[in-house]
Design a protein around this ligand. Structure first.
Ligand code: GLC
Length: 429
């Protein structure tokens, strides 16, 4: 039975946090062509193993990762404990294909968790439901699988129940052996592999028995597209606590059937790949990402921004620069992000609005000629107006220029405006 109150309580911190770091990291950092390389290049598990024998990230320093996330203003992080290739960054007793058996000999999940918790960040683990390593995960005919169209595998029998035991066992290990986890991030359901095909209700029971407050995404039900039963009057037992749109910001945010906002988190890459891709320099600008974060918040959502550390364990230099730039803006303006959400006035033509209680944050992303209009608010409703970055007073402008438009509140042009997004705080009575 869906317990609305419990769901609200669990997701409270998540809705406050608004901004997190996604980390895709694993053996695929070596070929450096993204995390789907094994499938795209139709590599057998045996061929792929060469990267396992080589993996030895000498520069891995999770406290540096955590510091850059924190400095960017992120409040939580999610690391790929196991991706589709089946390689585990944690010390699972159920497989040999794990970080502690590489030349590195380290439990990267534990180190990640310790380092991020030490910075006061919430922690989550991504766990792939799909597994291209396990002998009992369907091969032939599964078009995602590296051997999906390899005739040698046609007719091969797979004991899927055995795989499910393994998968449940690993999720149990993560939940039982690594302290308090804030997020379990599953990936992903497709075709007939969804919901109870994963024994999802049982899995959720197990997870909650160890981690009563953990929140989960909706991918036990859907993939990066699809919403899941959280939108329905009566969500399934294995409903996700939040919807996880991928590489898109939902045009209107996401609401349930009754029209109420539900928690969602857009996961977004900085360039065009999740896992490290050495040839991909097509990075979004920091200013774009700041505006996209604001867009998410103004539509009631979170943004989970990805980095793909390389085979040595370093976050790419360009990603670090972008994070630092975002951090500069967040340092001045994060109050308009944390704990904020949709505003009642519609999106104004010169930017967006986020809101928290009686405060509206006008994000001015489009410069005016002269005085700045604050659409959607009336003068008599306003208690005070401040420039958020220094809390300096902004007085309502009165002049022969603006007096022709008595229904619009104007503030004077701001000389120290932020090129990307100048935030004006409007406190209502
Ligand atoms: C996917 C991809 C994957 C990535 C994830 C992030 O569904 O398969 O590689 O980890 O989305 O949302």
């Amino acid at each position: 039975m869906f317990d609305k109150k419990a769901h609200e309580n669990r997701t409270k911190w998540f809705l406050e946090a608004r901004f997190g770091m996604f980390i895709h990291w694993g053996l695929y950092a070596i070929p450096a062509r993204g995390e789907w390389v094994q499938a795209y290049e139709r590599m057998s598990a045996k061929e792929y193993e060469k990267y396992f024998h080589e993996f030895n990230p000498d520069s891995f320093c999770p406290s540096a990762w955590a510091k850059s996330a924190k400095a960017a203003g992120m409040k939580y992080a999610v690391l790929t404990a196991k991706h589709h290739d089946g390689f585990c960054l944690f010390d699972s007793a159920l497989t040999e294909f794990k970080a502690t058996n590489t030349r590195a000999g380290r439990d990267f999940v534990r180190e990640f968790l310790d380092a991020f918790r030490a910075e006061g960040l919430k922690v989550g683990l991504y766990y792939s439901l799909i597994d291209w390593r396990h002998k009992d995960y369907p091969h032939y005919g599964d078009f995602h699988h590296p051997m999906g169209d390899n005739r040698d595998y046609e007719g091969q029998k797979h004991d899927f129940d055995n795989y499910l035991d393994y998968m449940h066992g690993q999720v149990r290990e993560l939940c039982a052996n690594y302290g308090k986890l804030d997020i379990m991030w599953f990936d992903f359901s497709y075709d007939s592999l969804m919901g109870e095909a994963w024994r999802a209700s049982q899995l959720i029971k197990t997870i909650r028995s160890y981690q009563p407050d953990i929140i989960m995404n909706n991918r036990l039900e859907v993939s990066g597209s699809g919403f899941g039963s959280l939108l329905c009057e009566q969500p399934k037992d294995y409903y996700g606590d939040f919807v996880s749109p991928e590489q898109i910001i939902p045009p209107y945010g996401i609401k349930d059937e009754k029209g109420d906002d539900v928690p969602w988190e857009a996961c977004v890459t900085m360039n065009k790949h999740w896992g490290y891709c050495s040839a991909d320099n097509d990075y979004k600008k920091a200013s774009t990402l700041i505006k996209k974060l604001v867009e998410c918040v103004s539509k009631g959502g979170n943004m989970l921004l990805n980095v793909g550390p390389d085979a040595r364990g370093d976050i790419p230099a360009r990603s670090l620069e972008i994070l630092a730039e975002i951090g500069q803006w967040m340092k001045n303006n994060s109050e308009s992000i944390y704990g904020c959400g949709r505003a009642t006035p519609d999106k104004p033509e010169n930017g967006r609005i986020t809101a928290k209680g009686k405060t509206l944050y006008y994000h001015i992303t489009e410069k005016s000629i002269g005085d700045i209009p604050l659409h959607g608010v009336r003068e008599e409703e306003i208690k005070r107006i401040r420039l958020l970055k220094d809390k300096s007073e902004l007085r309502i402008q009165k002049s022969w220029i603006v007096n022709n438009y008595p229904d619009v509140v104007f503030v004077p042009e701001i000389n120290s405006a932020d090129e990307t997004d100048t935030v004006i705080e409007v406190e209502l009575k």
